[in-house]
Write a protein that binds this ligand. Structure first.
Ligand code: ZN
Length: 250
């Protein structure tokens, strides 16, 4: 079984289409989408409709909940807030309905899936050893937690079976073609980065391949038509900062 992992599409249809084509080439059996289908970008309805067609494990992110009025946007920065208000106005009722039914966490034999963290499913960022530790504790003896939300490909890992607080947590940033080997005595939290708004300094769309047989997670980066998305954002009147950051991958 080969899973294609994606997260944080953020209404960027050009990036999503490129990733879906790449996943087909990679002969992916099932797709995992770790949330934030909408927010920031110009194609909220198109992205939700494309995701709806997929037979996969699809989760809600904080922007998806904000766009249907379920999350307080007081804590969003001004650009994110402006884009969410625009998105809420654009989304068709049937697409809001779809977002409202997405789960915030999925737990299966081989992995746990969540947008943010196990401490706060949609909102907490796992960017530090301290935040990783809280989720490791909630994983108990489970080996793998796949997350989104950070827009940054990285992994936190530690040896299993040691007393909480004594097993050092290690952290690695990841980039294109990096391969992580999973093993029974290692507990891992992995983010494969963002499809539609990467923030790791590499503007290409980011995704991952999780191969159950070889027990590996591979990071993939692919170019997409950034100018097309930027043009659509400008036409929609979305904030200039959100338009320019796509080209910087920041
Ligand atoms: Zn996001």
């Amino acid at each position: 079984m080969r899973y294609g992992i994606m997260s944080d599409i953020h209404s960027n249809l050009a990036a999503l289409e490129s990733v879906l084509i790449a996943m087909e080439t990679e002969r992916v059996d099932k797709i995992i989408c770790l949330g934030d289908i909408v927010g920031y970008g110009p194609n909220p309805n198109e992205c939700v409709e494309r995701i709806k067609e997929i037979d996969g494990l699809i989760l809600a992110g904080n922007h998806d909940l904000a766009a249907i009025g379920w999350e307080d946007i007081e804590w969003f920065n001004s650009h994110a807030k402006e884009a969410i208000i625009w998105t809420e106005g654009q989304l068709a009722a049937k697409n809001k309905e779809y977002l409202s039914h997405l789960p915030e966490v999925i737990s299966q034999k081989d992995f746990i899936l969540v947008h943010g963290s196990l401490y706060h499913f949609t909102d907490e960022y796992i960017m530090t050893g301290a935040t990783a530790k809280k989720s490791f504790e909630l994983m108990k003896h489970r080996g793998l937690l796949l997350i989104g939300h950070t827009h940054y490909p990285a992994t936190f890992f530690r040896k299993q079976g040691q007393l909480t607080g004594t097993s050092p947590i290690q952290n690695l940033r990841l980039t294109d073609k990096d391969v992580l080997r999973l093993s029974n005595d290692i507990q891992s939290i992995i983010s494969v980065g963002s499809v539609g708004q990467p923030r790791d300094g590499d503007s290409r769309a980011s995704f991952g391949i999780f191969d159950l047989e070889t027990r590996t997670v591979t990071i993939k980066k692919i170019p997409y038509d950034i100018k097309k998305t930027q043009g659509q954002m400008a036409a929609a009147g979305l904030p200039k900062y959100l338009i320019s950051r796509l080209a910087m991958g920041q």
